[in-house]
Design a binder for this molecule. Structure first.
Ligand code: DOR
Length: 443
């Protein structure tokens, strides 16, 4: 046995459970898992006292390139990702121009090449004009699927008319991701917003805005016979609807919806807590935690959505919605693991195995022979303060500034290459497009 890399002595999360196991890596893949103490290797990673987890995949990030590189770009966003232990991302289409054509997707893939530090895939955005093209766009290499904004948020993408939503659902076969808020209700209730008071944000975009939209899109998906992924679910009211649709729908929530609550977050953070769908009160947060424990939530994505301080410092509602999160996703959730709110097994399922399962990511999402050698190595007992100064995202702030968390990623390994060690990048960009079992290309 002679490996490129031997990860030695770690507590390793494999399909058999979480127990001590060494990992042998060659050619960027896992070639052996078990007791490998006599093996030789070009490089040895001493993981004693550390947990070796499958590489964290963040299935919802906005990296803003092209069009808004003053907030973020593919290089800075993916730098933040690997510093936070993230090995792969799905990037959202509400850039400028939006990612709604073959040319726009090819442009993003060209920009990503040799600049992104983690592996990546891009969403194709749905519009009333491109519904006919979605079936082809979703099959392009490097594309994770179609995303539709059913209610308007940051950018111009919108697919709100039921006929258009149904047409999109009938165009294509892969799991379609939706931002589920009802556009008509958002329009009708704009008067609920109180100038200068972001506490009115969740009152404007109320629970009924989310519930009604989710109810409708589930009905349309059933009519079309199409799989659906409901992004950042935020209300107690949507959960029974989703539980009744487990045959076709998968569910995401975010670390911020599990960690922050209204009104406190708005009183403390002001517009820096403003996002869509909004952070709501503790009743919803508790319901989301119950859904995590019951297995109703499939994945946790960060919805990393950076905006500059200058933009956030305007007066509500002239402020953009969204907050960064790709760099803090793992530590925030590991802190919840340490607090006993979720098991480490559940963390693994929500941050890697779940994404691989529901999106069919080829060769990723578990520590097993033959899979890509992607690892998030964590020190479960390490305590550290999250600070704005540590944030690599171009926006330079985090809603979790000042929070002390226990449980930190201390190394990020992508296809056998250690790209982050002890909170610093160790090599230049190594990212490659993610591949999907439904759209494998000829060799
Ligand atoms: O708060 C949000 N910000 N929600 C979204 O749906 C979009 C995102 C962004 O791109 O800023």
């Amino acid at each position: 046995m002679n490996f490129d890399l031997l990860i030695k002595g770690g507590i390793t999360a494999t399909p058999n459970g979480i127990a001590e196991a060494d990992i042998g890596v060659s050619g960027g893949r896992i070639v052996a898992v078990g007791s490998l103490s006599h093996a030789k290797a070009a490089k040895i990673f001493d993981a004693k006292g550390l947990h070796v987890l499958p590489g964290v995949i963040d299935t919802q990030v906005h990296f803003r390139e092209p069009g808004n590189a003053h907030k973020e770009d593919l290089e800075t966003g993916s730098r933040a990702a690997v510093l936070g232990g993230v090995t792969g991302v799905f990037e959202m289409p509400n850039t400028n121009p939006p990612t709604t054509t073959r040319a726009a997707i090819e442009d993003k893939l060209a920009r990503a090449k040799n600049r992104m530090h983690c592996d990546y895939a891009f969403y194709a955005g749905a519009t009333p004009q491109n519904v006919g093209a979605l079936a082809a766009l979703e099959r392009m290499p490097g594309v994770c699927g179609v995303k539709a904004f059913l209610g308007s948020s940051t950018g111009t993408l919108l697919l709100s008319h039921p006929d258009d939503i149904l047409a999109a659902l009938k165009s294509g076969t892969r799991r379609m991701a939706v931002h589920s808020e009802d556009e008509d209700r958002l329009e009708a209730r704009k008067g609920v917003r109180v100038t200068g008071d972001p506490r009115s944000h969740p009152m404007w975009r109320d629970e009924e805005t989310a519930r009604a939209s989710t109810e409708r899109v589930l009905r349309l998906a059933r009519e079309a016979g199409r799989r659906l992924h409901v992004l950042h679910v935020t209300t107690a009211e949507e959960l029974p609807l989703l539980a009744a649709a487990r045959d076709l729908a998968t569910v995401e929530t975010t670390p911020q919806h599990l960690t922050l609550a209204a009104p406190e977050c708005y009183e403390r953070l002001g517009t820096y807590a403003q996002m869509n769908p909004p952070i709501r009160d503790a009743r919803h947060r508790d319901a989301l935690w119950q859904a995590v424990r019951e297995g109703l939530i499939d994945v946790i994505g960060s919805d990393h959505a950076p905006h500059t301080r200058e933009e956030k410092d305007k007066t509500y509602p002239d402020t953009p919605s969204g907050m960064p999160g790709v760099q803090t996703l793992a530590t925030i959730l590991l802190d919840h693991v340490n607090a006993g709110r979720m098991t480490l097994e559940r963390f693994v399922d929500l941050t890697s195995a779940g994404a691989a399962r529901i999106f069919g990511i080829a060769g990723k999402g578990r520590i097993a022979r033959g899979f890509d050698a992607d690892f998030t190595i964590v020190d479960l007992k390490k305590t550290r303060k999250i600070e704005n100064s540590w944030i690599a995202s171009r926006c330079g702030w985090t809603p979790f500034d000042g929070m002390t968390t226990t449980g930190w990623p201390v190394a990020t390994i992508i296809r056998g290459k250690t790209v982050m060690r002890d909170h610093a990048l160790t090599m230049e960009s190594q990212g490659a497009p993610l591949r999907f079992v439904e759209t494998l290309q000829p060799a």
